[in-house]
Design a protein around this ligand. Structure first.
Ligand code: DC
Length: 451
């Protein structure tokens, strides 16, 4: 299991990643230390930092040895059992673990880490090391979730206000006997943020499927607990494999696929993990189980109109078993939306039917603002889904008189929509986003017969 933790300088990444690794007995790889080690050696040997070719050659000629904590690789280091695991780095046999934390290295490391050739080498090394790990590993850096391990099972992005980060960094430096003013530390962090985010290769960026944690007002312990909670949830899910979902999948395979001939397209568009909204048009009672069955690779939650829960007793029970969140259709159901937002932010997938009601005749109904609210508040990826034919009679489906099924589209790029939007009224904004998504669903090619 790979856990990718990325984030800005001073967001608390290292402290949190280290401590979480320690508590879970996972290996820990600090990739920043690798770029720091190269910078350190380049400074020490006075190789021009502006000369990527010379630095590359220097890297070729250097024996870099990285010892991860808890790595179970035969060369376990003494730190693995103590309170504070670190990634120890040796250059040609010299332990540089502490030396790479100097302000000089701090100042120059962003430049060195912006060179594509250096990055290529480091990424290769990082993947190789992680491959050797049998247990879980926490990889910390700037591009873990986006570039190095795009398939990491958990992705977390940590951020905090510049002021909060500067205060933490200043305290850390003071403890090491380095005294800088808050303004100096703040300026250095801002400069590094800029360089790290604006560089061409692997810029610092939140992966679309990463869970964002704002650590501005969190204590270290709270930050650690948030991350632990997310990881443990994932671990539990893997261990229990949710028998309910296995059972449902099996039953629905028989009913939907074998008996009623439902078809699914575009499942590859659904990310395996991370915050997600799935927005679908709505034709019949079959739609919620159809979406859940069609997603297949992950558990989903539904925002389901409370009317559905009054349909049949057994059906309501079943809906609750399968993560349905009852949504009052009259007025704005704050509680339901708060719950859905929380779920998405913690990395779950939530299915929503923006029309807010079934359109039995197959025409689209005007969407409600709820989807826009969820999309804007969670900033999660939105996958459009188009259902066709579920409004036909079971008999027609059984006799294969009508084609039916669901198609998932690629994630929508709503960030652009949002920046284009200059609407002051928040409700109108939500409405605009919902309409945009509904429009995209309507544009989707209707499932064709060869699938
Ligand atoms: O996390 P840190 O402060 O030790 O990182 C030092 C620098 O290395 C940081 O300015 C950005 C760079 N870095 C990177 O470009 N990619 C990584 N995966 C990790 C760090």
């Amino acid at each position: 299991m790979i856990i990718a933790i990325d984030g800005t300088a001073g967001s608390g990444k290292s402290t949190t990643a280290r401590e979480v690794a320690q508590r879970l007995g996972f290996a820990y790889l600090d990739t920043g230390a690798m770029y720091r080690a190269i910078t350190y050696k380049a400074l020490k040997t006075q190789i021009g930092l502006e000369d990527p070719g010379a630095i590359s050659r220097m890297v070729e000629e250097t024996r870099m040895e990285i010892r991860m904590a808890n790595a179970e690789r035969g060369m376990q280091n003494p730190e693995s059992s103590n309170q504070n695991p670190v990634t120890r780095i040796f250059l040609d046999g010299e332990d540089v673990t502490l030396a790479i934390r100097s302000p000089e290295v701090d100042q120059r490391v962003s430049l060195v880490s912006s060179y594509p050739r250096i990055r290529e080498k480091m990424v290769e090394l990082q993947r190789k090391m992680v491959n050797e790990i049998r247990n879980g590993i926490i990889c910390e850096g700037r591009d873990m979730g986006t570039v190095v391990f795009p398939k990491a099972e958990v992705k977390i992005f940590l951020n905090a206000s510049l002021r909060a980060r500067a205060k933490r960094r200043q305290k850390e430096l003071t403890e090491r006997g380095i005294h800088l003013s808050l303004q100096q530390v703040e300026a250095d962090l801002a400069r590094r943020d800029r360089l790290d985010s604006e560089r061409k290769v692997s810029p610092l960026r939140q992966a679309p499927d990463a869970i964002l944690i704002d650590t501005t007002d969190l204590t270290v312990e709270e930050e650690i607990n948030r991350v632990l909670e997310i990881v443990k949830k994932k671990l539990n899910f893997r261990i229990r494999k949710q028998w309910r979902w296995i059972l449902a999948r099996w039953v629905l395979n028989v009913i939907f696929y074998w008996l009623l001939g439902a078809r699914v397209k575009g499942r590859e568009n659904i990310p395996d993990t991370g915050p997600l909204l799935i927005a679908s048009n709505h034709l019949s009672y079959l739609d919620p189980p159809l979406v859940g069955w069609a997603v297949r690779k992950r558990e989903v939650h539904y925002l389901a109109m409370d009317g559905l829960f009054q349909w049949k007793k057994g059906f309501a029970w079943l809906m609750r078993q399968y993560n349905a969140i009852p949504l009052k259709t009259k007025g704005f159901d704050r509680k339901a939306f708060r719950r859905a937002t929380g779920l998405v932010k913690s990395g779950e997938a939530v299915v929503i039917f923006p029309e807010g009601a079934r359109s039995r005749i197959g025409k689209f109904l005007p969407p409600k603002p709820g989807l826009g609210l969820l999309a804007l508040q969670t900033r999660a990826q939105v996958i459009p889904a188009r259902i066709v034919g579920s409004n036909h009679s079971i008999r027609a489906l059984f006799l294969r008189r009508k084609r039916w099924g669901i198609q998932f589209g690629p994630p929508l790029d709503l960030q652009i929509t949002m920046s284009k939007m200059k609407i002051a009224n928040i409700k109108e904004r939500f409405q605009t986003v919902s309409e945009e998504v509904m429009g995209k669903i309507a544009e989707m090619q209707v499932l064709n017969s060869n699938h």
